[in-house]
Ligand binder design. Structure first.
Ligand code: PLP
Length: 389
C-alpha cells in the first residue's frame, strides 16, 4: 500500500491527533466504563425539539435554504440573546453554522491569513488550537496564571508579552473547556480595550455561557461591545439543549460581515440541514426551562465530584466556576496520558488526559460532570479507590 501522507498539504500534516481519542478508543465499547471523557451531557434532546424536526421533515423542509440560516431562526437567536443577556442585536449579525466548531472554523477563515498568529490561552480544548492551524494560522499558546486563591486568570500582561507584529487575533473561551474558568466582566473590558487599541480581533467562544454555578449566566462580550468592534462570538445548540449530534451553532459577527459569512457558509457547508434549523427554532422558543434543568443537574454533580475528590489525599481539584468540566490534579510524575490509560483499565473510569489540552495540562486529568448524580457518586467511589492505591 502506498503511503500518501507525504503527498498531502502541510496544512493537514501539521495538525495533531487529539489525545482524548487515544484513551476513548480503548474503552468506547466497554459498557462497564463510566465515560467522563467527552464534552456532552447524558440527557436526551427534549421531545419538542425532536418533534419539530420530524414535523419539518414531513412538511418537506428538506431542501437548500439561506446560507446564513432561516430568517425566523436568526430572529429567535436575537430574542434569545435579549432574554438572557439583555442585549438587542440586529438579525443581520447572526449566522447559523454547523455546530460551534464550524462557527470557529469559519471565523478562523474569515480573519486569518497564512502565517498570522492567534493567541490561545491554555489549557485549551484541542479543537480551538488545531482548527486555527488548519485555517492557516499559527496558534501562540499563553498559559493561564494562577491567582493567590488558586483560581485561574488570563493575565493581560502575559497576552501583551505574546503579541508580535504577526498577531491577528486572540481566542478567548469563557467559560472554558477544560478548566471551567470564567472571564470576569472587568477583564473582558480590558481585552476589548486592547482590541480597540491594537486593532487585534477577538474570537470569543461562549458555548458554555449558560453553565455557570452562581445563579447567573456568564458575562458575554456582546454586552460590552458594539457592532463596529472587532469581536466575533461563537456559540452552539449542542450543550444547552443536549443537541451535540444535530450539528448546529451560530456566530454573532460585526455589522457588515454577514456577506462574508454567507460566502464562508456557501463554500464550506452550503448551510445547516433545513429541518435541523426548524428544530433549533423550537429549542429557542421552548427550551429555557430545559437549560435551567441541565444547569441545576450539573451544579449537583459538580458538588458531588468536588466534595468527593477533594477528600482524597494528594489529589487537588479546582472548583470550576463554569462549563461542565473538572481538572483533577494527581501526585507523582507519571504522564497524564499514562494515568488516564491506567485509570481506564484499573478503575473503569474514562477521563481525558490533561495534556490533551496542551503541555500546561500535565499533572491533570479532565472529567465531564454533565451526568446523573447516581453515576457521579459511582465515579467518585471508583476514583477514590484508584487514587488510594
Ligand atoms: N467550543 C468549545 C470550548 C467546546 O468544548 C465545544 C465542544 O465540545 C465546542 C466549541 C463546539 O461544539 P459543537 O461543535 O458540538 O457545537
Amino acid at each position: 500500500q502506498r503511503d500518501l501522507a507525504e503527498e498531502l498539504s502541510h496544512r493537514i500534516r501539521n495538525v495533531i491527533t487529539s489525545q482524548i481519542g487515544m484513551v476513548a478508543d480503548r474503552g468506547r465499547d466497554d459498557p462497564d466504563v463510566v465515560k467522563l471523557w467527552i464534552g456532552e451531557g447524558d440527557l436526551p434532546t427534549p421531545p419538542y425539539i425532536v418533534e419539530a424536526a420530524e414535523a419539518a421533515l414531513r412538511a418537506g423542509h428538506t431542501r437548500y435554504t439561506y446560507s446564513l440560516g432561516l430568517p425566523r431562526l436568526r430572529q429567535a437567536l436575537s430574542d434569545y440573546h435579549f432574554r438572557h443577556w439583555n442585549v438587542r442585536l440586529p438579525v443581520e449579525r447572526f449566522t447559523v453554522t454547523v455546530g460551534g466548531m464550524n462557527a470557529l472554523m469559519q471565523s478562523a477563515q474569515a480573519v486569518l491569513d497564512p502565517g498570522d498568529e492567534i493567541i490561545v490561552p491554555t489549557p485549551a480544548w484541542p479543537n480551538l488550537i488545531e482548527s486555527m492551524r488548519l485555517a492557516g494560522g499559527t496558534p501562540v499558546l499563553v498559559p493561564y496564571g494562577i491567582q493567590s486563591d488558586g483560581r485561574l486568570a488570563l493575565n493581560i500582561d502575559d497576552v501583551l508579552a505574546a503579541i508580535t507584529p504577526k498577531t491577528k487575533a486572540i481566542l478567548i473561551n469563557s467559560p472554558s473547556n477544560p478548566t471551567g474558568w470564567v472571564m470576569p466582566r472587568e477583564d473582558m473590558e480590558k481585552f476589548v480595550d486592547l482590541s480597540r487599541q491594537t486593532n487585534i480581533w477577538i474570537i470569543a467562544d461562549e458555548v458554555y455561557a449558560q453553565f455557570k454555578y452562581d445563579g447567573s449566566v456568564a458575562p458575554s462580550f456582546l454586552q460590552i461591545t458594539d457592532e463596529n468592534d472587532k469581536v466575533i462570538v461563537t456559540n452552539t445548540f449542542s450543550k444547552n439543549w443536549a443537541m451535540t449530534g444535530w450539528r448546529i451553532g451560530w456566530a454573532v459577527v460585526p455589522r457588515g460581515l454577514d456577506k462574508f459569512y454567507a460566502k464562508l457558509s456557501e463554500y464550506n457547508t452550503t448551510g445547516v440541514p433545513t429541518f435541523v434549523q426548524h428544530a433549533a427554532i423550537a429549542a429557542l422558543d421552548q427550551g429555557d426551562e430545559f437549560i435551567r434543568q441541565m444547569v441545576s443537574r450539573c451544579a449537583e454533580t459538580r458538588k458531588i465530584f468536588v466534595d468527593g475528590l477533594s477528600q482524597i489525599e494528594g489529589v487537588t481539584v479546582l472548583p470550576p466556576d463554569g462549563a461542565f468540566y473538572l481538572m483533577v490534579g494527581f501526585p507523582g510524575d507519571e504522564t497524564s496520558l499514562d494515568v488516564a490509560i491506567r485509570m481506564l483499565a484499573e478503575a473503569k473510569v474514562g477521563v481525558a488526559p490533561g495534556t490533551a489540552f496542551g503541555s500546561a495540562g500535565q499533572g491533570y486529568l479532565r472529567l465531564c460532570f454533565a451526568i446523573s448524580p447516581k453515576l457521579a457518586r459511582e465515579a467518585v467511589k471508583r476514583l477514590t479507590g484508584f487514587f488510594k492505591k
